[in-house]
Ligand binder design. Structure first.
Ligand code: ZN
Length: 207
């Protein structure tokens, strides 16, 4: 094996960064060198911000997004409609939909999509929690009236959306799927706000 010309501490940062999604060794080296060229204070602040992440950020016990408060700011916002739940794959998708500015309901984060090849079945996702949440709401002042399936239009996203629509049928709620605008195979967090807005407005009833 070739020996890295980088000093060990720099190599350690490169190795750590290259475990991130989409970051290869080349990019990791470029980022690590950029951090090394920063003033020391700035590099320390980056390290500290990463160090406190796991201590401060937890999952909202209602919608399962990442949040420092429980319930999160969206779940406790009185201006939002708790009778409409938009189901997404991960918290990054909420950021994208909020940027589009058309949705005033609440969210439910699945934390992934069904993918048997990767060993991810329905029980690995927050599906049971979604069904419990809907059952809990039934008979209260704010029962769930609609679930919008905003899963990505990838193969795994489609499988998950169809699994969910089966689980939700017979619960007396409207189940819709975001439509139009999101290209096939695209992860929704990379869609531009206009495309997402279109997809939310033109969503279709599944059942
Ligand atoms: Zn929440």
């Amino acid at each position: 094996m070739r020996r890295s010309p980088l000093p060990p501490s720099l190599r350690r940062v490169v190795e750590n960064l290259s475990t991130l999604p989409g970051i290869g060794e080349k990019t990791a080296t470029r980022l690590a060198l950029a951090i090394l060229r920063w003033p020391q204070q700035k590099a320390k602040e980056l390290g500290r911000s990463i160090a406190v992440l796991h201590e401060r950020v937890n999952l909202c016990s209602q919608c399962f997004t990442f949040s420092e408060a429980d319930p999160c700011d969206i779940c406790t916002d009185p201006k939002r409609d708790p009778s409409v739940i938009c189901v997404v794959e991960d918290p990054g998708d909420i950021v994208a939909i909020e940027r589009a500015g058309v949705f005033r309901g609440v969210y439910h984060v699945l934390h992934g999509a069904i993918s048997p090849m990767d060993g991810i079945g329905p029980e690995e996702l927050k599906i049971k929690e979604l069904l419990e949440r809907i059952d809990r709401g039934a008979g209260t002042d704010s029962p769930v009236k609609e679930v919008i399936l905003a899963n990505s239009s990838t193969a795994a996203g489609e499988v998950t959306a169809s699994f969910l629509s089966d689980c939700l049928s017979g619960k007396g709620i409207t189940v819709t799927r975001i439509a139009c605008g999101i290209p096939m195979g695209m992860d929704i967090k990379y869609a531009d706000p206009i495309t997402l807005k279109q997809a939310m407005i033109l969503r279709n009833t599944v059942k």
